[in-house]
Design a protein around this ligand. Structure first.
Ligand code: SAT
Ligand code: MN
Length: 588
């Protein structure tokens, strides 16, 4: 008898009518064959085109160019289809599930004609982890099939694991005719199903990532008492060899990947990378919060990555151990056949084509690489990968950092008074938008816990869930807010960031260990000037003052905006959060 999986694949094939169905085993040999086919294609419309890069500088690396309308997440076309609109909340686009399916069925009818349907069985999380989940994605794009091999643990063993059950997450993906008017990324949380059509871009198409590991998983977490979060996970080793694990949420393209594999500027410190984008957080038997990274690779922003900003990522990209590494929408140096992007070390090469393959020089005034150009590379190649990366139990988290991109108002770092206050603080965080999604860049919006585009249900319920998790933790992590992006009013960053951020982490660790005091302000504890290690760095006194300034007058507008944001959630907004809000308003 056919299994649930076989029946589903058959059904989808009947609808989409691919020329061939190919069951992936996740092997190296298979990946090479799939990439090989992509090397012979030329039309961008095929969406399966790979260009082999210089194997000397970037071994095992290929360049892929997207359709120019398809270079970022499409939040406006992303839906979460709970049976009732209130459960999806004002933070999600919503459509009744039956209507959504009817629409998608029409769009999917015959959409794989002339193409191969790849069947990808994969795990999110280490197969032996009690927190891991089994999934299967169908796709008609070889770029997606190969990228999934890098980002997740693809393998036949998963089929054995799910056997005759229906206990796995299903992801259906096709680029269709990749027209924006026929592009939808839809989630059916009650069926563990994601249905995405019309886009080949990362977050819209690699369904194990944001679609499953955040939108669907956050809903599973609500029901099963855990958290799926848009967070990096790092181990910070101090000069005595003690490692403290920290999880940190920041919106897309706000420096998470750089922080995740930072080369610390302070001697004796080391940062170990467990994850750079997603954390699944469970309450351990010891009452602490334990984190696993469900992913197996990095899908990071290329633009701005260099030996100065993230040397360990450059090393990762050049390692060539796991096949393949993929660059997407970078420029290309046609003399050397190397990828190039703005911010990369060295001079601007003289013979470049831009991310669309057109001849380029700086006088054009455009960017050669798309600002959201990306790389997809295996985490195993990272020189700082944590020895705990594959630990099925994960790592115990001592601090949670919640951040955003704010050119003004928000101090470099401050500590919440307690868990509940931390949920209020994180819930009110705002961030200026980036090129990671299709929208106007640089606009301030509330982005609680960096989850606004990724929370698979009503955010009022999400805040309540955070409060409940806090209550169930015997040893809740301390919650801190961070902002690397404050400027001096003339657009210059007040804080150098990157490897220097270790100074902030050191302060955080000393606070966790009750080694130092701090200055109480209405928003939380900020560092006493003597406690932030500033040896070997030259920051003018006035910049330091500005970095930690809590000018409560300036918070007036912010408070109004936070209130407006919270009010959207009506009765779903927990009283405790309003209590924190009122306290804060009165202090002000
Ligand atoms: O496109 S992704 O969602 O995978 C990357 C990001 O925007 O964080
Ligand atoms: Mn992300």
């Amino acid at each position: 008898m056919a299994t649930f999986l076989e029946k589903w694949v058959e059904e989808q094939a009947r609808l989409t009518k691919p020329d061939k169905i190919y069951w992936c085993d996740g092997s190296d040999e298979e990946a090479r064959k799939i990439v090989e086919i992509g090397l012979t294609r030329e039309r961008i419309e095929d969406y399966n085109v790979f260009h082999k890069l210089s194997q000397k500088t970037f071994p095992s690396s290929y360049l892929h160019r997207s359709h120019p309308t398809d270079v970022a997440r499409a939040e406006h076309l992303t839906y979460v289809c709970h049976s009732d609109k209130k459960t999806a909340g004002p933070n999600n686009n919503w459509m009744p599930p039956a209507q959504a399916k009817e629409k998608l069925t029409k769009l999917s009818d015959g959409c794989m004609r002339g193409r191969t349907m790849y069947v990808l069985p994969y795990m999110m999380g280490h197969p032996e982890s009690p927190y891991a989940k089994a999934c299967v994605q169908l796709t008609d794009v070889s770029y997606v099939a190969v990228s999934m091999r890098i980002m997740t643990r693809v393998g036949k063993g998963v089929i054995q694991k799910i056997k005759k059950t229906d206990n796995f997450v299903r992801g259906f993906h096709s680029v269709g005719d990749f027209h924006q008017d026929r592009r939808f990324i839809m989630h059916f949380p009650d069926e563990n199903l994601v249905w995405s059509i019309g886009s080949g871009y990362g977050g819209n198409a690699l369904l194990g990532k944001k679609c499953f590991s955040l939108r669907i998983a956050s809903w599973l977490g609500l029901k099963e008492n855990w958290l799926a979060e848009h967070m990096i996970i790092i181990g910070v080793e101090d000069p005595q060899g003690k490692i403290t694990y920290i999880a940190a949420a920041m919106p897309s393209a706000c420096g998470k990947t750089n922080l995740a594999m930072m080369e610390p500027a302070l001697p004796g410190y080391k940062v170990w990378t467990v994850g750079d984008d997603i954390a699944w957080l469970n309450i351990g038997p010891d009452g602490r919060l334990w984190a696993i990274n469900p992913e197996n690779g990095f899908f990071g922003v290329a633009s701005g990555t260099s030996m100065k900003t993230n040397p360990n990522m450059i090393r990762t990209l050049k390692a060539g151990k796991f096949y393949p590494t993929i660059f997407t929408n970078t420029a290309l140096n046609t003399d050397t056949n190397d990828p190039w992007w703005e911010g990369l070390d060295g001079e601007i090469p003289s013979n470049l084509v831009d991310w669309r393959g057109r001849e380029w020089n700086p006088s054009l005034g455009t960017k050669a690489a798309h600002p959201n150009s990306r790389f997809t590379v295996a985490i195993s190649q990272c020189p700082t990968v944590s020895p705990e990366f594959n630990n099925p139990d994960g790592v115990p988290i001592s601090a949670i950092l919640l951040g955003g991109r704010r050119t003004n108002l928000i101090p470099l770092v401050y500590e919440s008074f307690n868990w509940q206050h931390g949920v209020f603080t994180g819930g009110g965080i705002g961030s200026e938008t980036t090129a990671a999604a299709i929208h106007k860049v640089g606009v301030l919006r509330r982005d609680p816990m960096a989850m606004l585009p990724f929370c698979g249900y009503n955010m009022g319920d999400y805040f309540r869930h955070w409060l409940n998790i806090g209550k169930r933790l015997a040893h809740p992590p301390k919650i801190f807010a961070v902002n690397w992006f404050r400027t001096d009013g003339e657009g210059n960053f007040l804080w150098p960031g990157f490897g220097e951020n270790i100074r902030v982490l050191k302060w955080i660790i000393e606070r966790i260990n009750n080694k130092i005091g701090a200055k109480e302000t209405p928003i939380g504890f900020v560092p006493n000037p003597k406690d932030l290690e500033l040896d070997g760095i030259n920051i003018p006194q006035e910049n330091l003052e500005k970095l930690f300034e809590v000018n409560i007058e300036d918070w007036g507008e912010e408070i109004k905006d936070i209130q407006k944001f919270f009010e959207q959630f009506g009765k779903r907004m927990p009283e405790e959060i309003w209590k924190e809000f009122k306290n804060f308003k009165e202090l002000k």
